[in-house]
Write a protein that binds this ligand. Structure first.
Ligand code: PHE
Length: 468
């Protein structure tokens, strides 16, 4: 890219934008339905452990790679590995993953905008039972015209946002809307908890039944930790490339991870208290929130307005995530190929639309076409969230831990960090500055990225295919 690379307005701007990428359908649509399918609390514990031991160290690594290189995902690997062809391929894998995720992400985001309009039309007034709501959802998603139109409208909206560039576009939207979404979710969670039978939902979320855990469940939980934090394919590398050397990587990463996890848990409480109070099935699959929440809105005073606002904000949360995926593709072609930004955005968005059509039709015309009992939609989801992202994360950990190395990584991380970063980790948490011998935060992070994260990811892969 020519000239000076655009920066975020401030660390705060970055945190909001990265949170905009992280918080999306993953938290509000996907997390509840996969937690419901995989046994609830025990699944959530594995997901939280994955975030702590693997997600946070990799989040930091992606920020380092992005800020140090100031480049797109392919350029970043190329530059920091001194042009190694292998690492460039890892970069291209990130771009490929962005296409795969976007193809079906656009579909679900399309449902969400569609439901915003259903709310405006007053459709939720008819949903006196969850059965009525789920029949309606089944009808809508099997109508090819309905889904493809909304999918296309969503794609057009993301093109519009990426067009307006980094600060004006992404940052402006995130700042305004994320807090409103959080407030609505908190309200729904409190409302749900007060419903009769809602406490069974809380037990489902917080009382683990370890018997439900197996290799596949662990892989799905790990995959979701990557998916929800936008990790493993370069979205955070790309956003980190707009980071300046005075920004604090560690605290920014912790903030984003905290917000993302908090929102998922609040969404989980909102959904499962309602699911259980209505005596519904938690393992209802991808339609879960579309079946449950409109029924909740039906029963709530002023619920229609809430419903409209909820699906509007969910669509916007999806938009800020889709935009970060599109940005991975766009920044590569703009940096490297010198194509005009507008052309790249339109063409790549249109390609994601086209490859998303079979996913869109997986709930209707293509319902019976399944491979390994999975629809096209499920395959795209499984391939990206459970294989490409953790695989990409493993490579990121190996890159930082073994290729880029201790000294350079730590220097990169330290720039912009607080005083206490270099002090002994235990004293740092107590607010005292005691010079570290070995146990500084940076050193501990490096142990995680060099040893713990790669070993754990490998073990999960092996376990999921039954080798251990
Ligand atoms: N984190 C986003 C969500 O939870 C999805 C996403 C995945 C965005 C990977 C960017 C990269 O909805």
């Amino acid at each position: 890219m020519k000239g000076k690379r655009e920066n975020w307005g401030s660390s705060f701007g970055f945190i909001l934008a990265a949170a905009g990428s992280a918080v999306g359908l993953g938290n509000i649509w996907k997390f509840p339905y996969i937690a419901g399918e995989n046994g609830g609390a025990a699944f959530i514990v594995v997901y939280l452990i994955s975030i702590l031991l693997i997600g946070i160290p990799i989040f930091i690594s992606e920020l380092i790679i992005g800020r140090k290189s100031q480049l797109n995902v392919v350029g970043a690997y190329k530059k920091l590995s001194n042009n190694s062809p292998f690492w460039s391929i890892v970069g291209y894998m990130g771009i490929f993953t962005a296409f795969v995720i976007l193809s079906y992400y656009n579909v679900v985001a399309g449902w969400s905008i569609g439901y915003f309009f259903e709310g405006l039309k007053g459709t939720f007034n008819d949903f006196t039972t969850v059965e009525l709501a789920s029949n309606y959802f089944g009808n809508q998603t099997s109508s090819t015209f309905w889904i493809i139109s909304w999918q296309l409208i969503f794609v057009a909206l993301s093109v519009y946002v990426v067009f307006s560039g980094v600060r004006k576009g992404i940052e402006k939207y995130s700042k305004l809307l994320m807090p409103i979404l959080l407030i609505i979710l908190i309200f729904l969670a409190v409302w749900g908890s007060s419903l009769k039978g809602g406490s069974a939902g809380l037990a489902f979320l917080f009382k683990p039944n370890w018997g439900s855990i197996n290799g596949k469940v662990i892989l799905i939980a790990l995959g979701h930790a990557f998916f929800t934090l936008s990790l493993g394919m370069g979205a955070i590398i790309t956003y980190g490339s707009y980071f300046s050397k005075d920004d604090n990587i560690l605290t920014s990463a912790l903030w984003v991870v905290f917000l993302d996890t908090f929102i998922a848990i609040v969404a989980g409480i909102a959904i499962f208290t309602s699911v259980f109070s209505m005596g519904f099935n938690p393992a209802d699959g991808p339609g879960l929130i579309f079946n449950i929440l409109p029924t909740v809105f039906n029963k709530m005073p002023g619920g229609n307005i809430f419903g409209i606002l909820f699906f509007l904000l969910l669509s916007i949360a999806a938009l800020t995530s889709a935009v970060s995926l599109l940005e991975v593709i766009t920044s590569y072609f703009v940096d490297n190929k010198n194509y005009s930004r507008h052309r790249v955005v339109i063409i790549s968005a249109f390609i994601t639309f086209l490859i998303g059509i079979p996913s869109a039709m997986s709930f209707g015309l293509l319902k019976d076409y399944q491979i390994f009992q999975k629809s096209f939609f499920d395959i795209m989801d499984f391939l990206s969230a459970n294989i490409l992202l953790p695989g990409g994360g493993l490579l990121i950990a190996i890159f930082i831990g073994w290729k880029y190395g201790y000294k350079k990584s730590l220097d990169a991380l330290e720039s912009g960090s607080n005083e206490w970063f270099k002090s002994n980790i235990f004293f740092a948490f107590l607010g005292k500055k005691v010079p570290a011998k070995k146990l500084s935060i940076g050193n501990v992070w490096f142990i995680f990225i060099r040893f713990i994260a790669p070993v754990l990811i490998t073990l999960v892969f092996l376990k999921s295919i039954g080798i251990i």
